[in-house]
Ligand binder design. Structure first.
Ligand code: DGY
Length: 322
């Protein structure tokens, strides 16, 4: 009988992680690129020692109960871990680990891309060409906003927020301000000033949401926040959808309380194609693509695998969150 530790992987993931786990573990998988249904998850986790999961899996008390007392580690192939019941894991001494660092560059690049896509109205341009609406050059057509001499506000100056700020500096922005739970020492490297949340929303021409979803950040961008923002402001969200109240965002965009929004994360996900935010021209909705690069996904898979082995070897995983 094999004494290899049992690890369940809730999706088809890049081979990088599998190659790390295979020599030591008894692996089984949800053999699909689609999310595992909750009833299948409950069935398949029985008796496992380690769980390799995704941000779409709801790792609640029921799943932890179904896994049973051998479960030592839950490694999510994501930075976000709001889908895991940390309280329940803590009670039972289950280590929870995420994949910090490895998607910082991909998400920061995506955030800057989305900002430029939105502020320069590029998709409206593409659509106009496709629809045969491109006439002779017009001086007043599809005008956007430049980053030069503007104030950029960042909610959450963690690794990704810092990466966004660093990439935006060379565009000649006038000022970078940020709000977070604490002032961070490295903010001075990019000349970013800490401000209150109210000041962030009042002063910024562009706001990038780069924070986690927590009880403190849930629906932080709501009616009240949108009313404080400049009418010319552009909102970018690559953090978590739940930080923004989407009904309030729609109202703010339609009533001209803010100019435009680019969102890579939504609430819910997927956002139905019939959602009003999808069809208004001043909102760009992407399907949560922040870390969609070969580099990030390979590293996310190997990091999650290494986190599992670290716990089995009684070492500290790279991304321990609890
Ligand atoms: C994460 O890692 O949490 C990202 O949202 C995935 O793109």
């Amino acid at each position: 009988m094999s004494s290899a530790r049992k690890v369940y992987v809730t999706r088809l993931v890049p081979q990088t992680g599998i190659d790390i786990l295979k020599p030591e573990c008894d692996l089984s998988f949800w053999e699909s690129d689609e999310a595992i249904p909750q009833d299948e998850l409950l069935k398949n986790v029985k008796g496992i020692d380690g769980l390799f999961c995704m941000l779409t899996d709801n790792i609640n008390k029921d799943v932890i109960d179904a896994a049973g007392p051998n479960l030592k580690v839950i490694a999510t192939m994501s930075v976000g871990y709001e889908h895991i019941d940390l309280v329940e894991c803590k009670k039972r001494g289950i280590v929870v680990a995420n994949t910090p660092n490895v998607s910082t560059d991909s998400v920061a690049e995506l955030t800057v891309s989305l900002l430029l896509l939105t502020s320069r109205r590029l998709l409206e341009g593409v659509r106009a060409v496709k629809n045969g609406e491109w006439g002779l050059w017009k001086p007043m057509w599809l005008l956007g906003t430049e980053l030069t001499q503007r104030t950029v506000g960042i909610l959450g100056l963690g690794r990704i927020g810092y990466g966004v700020a660093r990439r935006l500096r060379p565009f000649g922005v006038r000022k970078i301000i940020y709000h977070d739970v604490v002032c961070v020492s490295y903010a001075s490297d990019i000349g970013a000033d800490f401000v209150s949340f109210d000041e962030l929303v009042k002063q910024s021409d562009f706001i990038c949401i780069c924070c986690n979803l927590t009880a403190q950040t849930r629906h932080k961008f709501n009616k009240d926040a949108f009313k404080m923002m400049k009418k010319s402001a552009i909102l970018i969200n690559s953090g978590r959808g739940g930080v923004v109240n989407h009904d309030d965002l729609h109202e703010a965009l339609v009533n001209g309380e803010i100019t435009a929004a680019g969102i890579d994360v939504t609430e819910p996900e997927p956002l139905p194609a019939s959602h009003p935010l999808v069809s208004i021209p001043n909102c760009i909705v992407l399907p949560h693509m922040g870390s969609n690069t070969w580099e990030s996904r390979n590293s996310m898979s190997s990091t999650a695998a290494k986190n599992i082995l670290a716990v089995f070897h009684k070492e500290k995983p790279m991304g321990e969150v609890n």
